[in-house]
Design a protein around this ligand. Structure first.
Ligand code: 6LW
Length: 524
């Protein structure tokens, strides 16, 4: 009996000391350029945020598979100046590192200050004001050598630059040296340095962030080179014949981390194709196991590619409680919500179970200032999103509703609008220089609105009672894709209000988002 109990205990201990299998992406929706660091058995991950505010989403995990957003790194205008930043401008690829008890995040604001560092000793607290690092280019990274020196790497002029910096003052301490141009792919970028078994490894992305994306690596005995390429480059790529039908494409821009059990892992960006070879959800964050034997080159997931269903051993899985699908605005907006550029937050009030948004003259076409618009990521190809709103103090020209938003040039909107003495449901399709609007007569100042999506189409719906929804319009998904707009960002689902005279507002009673069961088979 004792032996049986002992063996059951042994099985239970073994079972809890590792997990098995996970689903990619590990962070869904527009979350590109991931960078990861470990502190004990806690993992922190950051991604790019472009023209959205707050900047640089910050995620926490215990197992590298389940990630919970705990906030943003850049939460003040003094850290994140986005006035006038156009779509695709603002914050590019960040790197997060932990050194001597302090977190460092380095990134680029391509619209204003260029490269800068912020620091914090408390990952759940505020970060410092920006410390500029005056080296040109994008995709900055920092690495501390064993002698305490801190090295900056970044991408500029078709190559990777390296120089010593003081990470606490931003001072550049050596002349930037071009250490590697990659293996010949376009846009060598996203460098990170790691030291292992007496080698400096320089891992970069190449091929551009589209279908030719890949991750390559080189190593040297000296930090400033010469760097010699791995024989099995690219170490991660989906442009090959074996992965031509993989639903994940464009993988690259990766970062490596050694887990607390000694295993190595890689986070990277990639996109999930839909409606043929288009993608709309932006570049998302994926995870792959890495085999990295002593003195050997790292090997990503055995064959240098990744899958949606990863049947591999993991750290013991520790999921977080899922975010509720329905937000009844009982408390302040959580970290999943974003604004455009630098918002006037006094125009958004959560009180009495409502989100009130005060309109301004700027609508969803606005490309320079911050419209009254707040949004979450579309995380799934098949989804439903819903709200109920009432217009307040409305005059002719006032409107409020929902938007499927790629950027100011590409979005499908549905709203309740006052036009002269009439009330209408207005649908709007903005596709570059083409704008099409339709109106449906409506009575009353309260309406339920719904957005649905599948890999091929978006649909816009409205209802008078929240039960029976009528179709108000359909938009082709691929016209809003990153391929169409050349965008680094992904679709956001927005709630917004517009009021030319600046007097009207809308009260939103709830916002619901959920993944739905696919209605149509996948097609190429
Ligand atoms: C990122 C760079 C890239 O900084 O896209 O195409 C940029 N490559 O690595 C924005 O995500």
């Amino acid at each position: 009996m004792k032996r049986i109990l002992l063996s059951i205990a042994a099985v239970l201990i073994a079972a809890s000391s590792f997990g098995q299998g996970y689903t990619n992406p590990v962070v869904k929706g527009f979350n590109p350029d991931p960078s990861v660091c470990r502190v004990g058995d806690d993992y922190y991950l950051v991604t790019s945020s472009f023209q959205y505010y707050p900047g640089v989403p910050l995620y926490h995990s215990k197992d590298l598979v389940n990630w919970e957003q705990i906030g943003h790194v850049l939460t003040r205008e003094s850290q994140l100046y986005l006035k006038g930043a156009n779509s695709n401008g603002g914050i590019y690829a960040p790197t997060i590192r932990h050194h001597n008890g302090r977190f460092y995040m380095i990134t680029t604001n391509v619209s204003t200050v260029g490269n800068f560092i912020v620091t914090t000793d408390d990952i759940r607290g505020e970060w410092s004001d920006p410390i500029p690092v005056k080296v040109g280019g994008i995709d900055p990274s920092i690495f501390w050598d064993e002698d305490g020196k801190c090295w900056y790497t970044g991408s500029a002029d078709g190559g990777i630059l390296l120089c010593e910096i003081n990470p606490d003052t931003g001072e550049v301490l050596s002349t930037p040296k071009r250490v590697w141009d990659g293996t010949g792919g376009r846009w060598p970028e996203a460098p990170h340095i790691y030291k292992k078994d007496g080698w400096y490894y320089l891992m970069i992305a190449e091929g551009g962030t589209e279908f030719g994306h890949m991750e390559t690596i080189a190593r040297s005995r000296y930090i400033d080179g010469p760097y010699k390429e791995a024989p099995h480059n690219p170490i991660l790529a989906h442009y090959k014949a074996a992965t031509q039908d993989n639903p994940i494409q464009g993988v690259g821009h990766a970062d490596l981390v050694q887990a607390h059990d000694g295993s190595w892992w890689l986070v990277c960006l990639g996109f999930r194709t839909q409606s043929g070879m288009h993608h709309l959800l932006g570049r998302e964050t994926f995870l792959a196991p890495v085999r990295w034997d002593e003195g050997a080159w790292p090997v990503v997931n055995a064959t240098g590619d990744i899958a949606i269903n990863m049947n591999v051993p993991t750290l013991p899985l520790q999921p977080f409680e899922a975010r509720p699908e329905r937000n009844e605005f009982k408390s302040e907006l959580g970290a999943e919500w974003s604004w455009l550029r630098n918002p006037d937050l006094s125009k958004y009030k959560v009180a009495d179970g409502k989100l009130r948004i005060y309109g301004t003259a700027a609508g969803t076409d606005e490309a320079v200032v911050s419209p009254s618009f707040v949004c979450v990521r579309q995380e799934d190809h098949n989804f439903i999103a819903e709200t109920c709103l009432t217009l307040g103090n409305a005059r002719s020209g006032d409107k409020a509703g929902m938007s499927i938003y790629m950027d100011s040039n590409g979005h499908y909107d549905i709203c309740l609008a006052k036009k002269g003495g009439k009330t209408v449901i207005e649908t709007k399709y903005r596709l570059g220089s083409v704008t099409h609007t339709e109106e449906i007569p409506y009575s009353g100042s309260k309406v339920w609105l719904r957005l649905t999506g599948n890999p091929f189409r978006y649909q816009l719906w409205y209802s008078k009672d929240g039960k029976e929804f009528k179709a108000a319009g359909t938009g082709d998904a691929r016209f809003l894709s990153s391929e169409t707009f050349g965008n680094f960002t992904g679709i956001m689902l927005g709630l917004w209000a517009e009021s030319p005279a600046g007097k009207g507002y809308a009260d939103f009673e709830y916002f619901e988002y959920k993944e739905t069961v696919p209605q149509m088979p996948r097609r190429r």
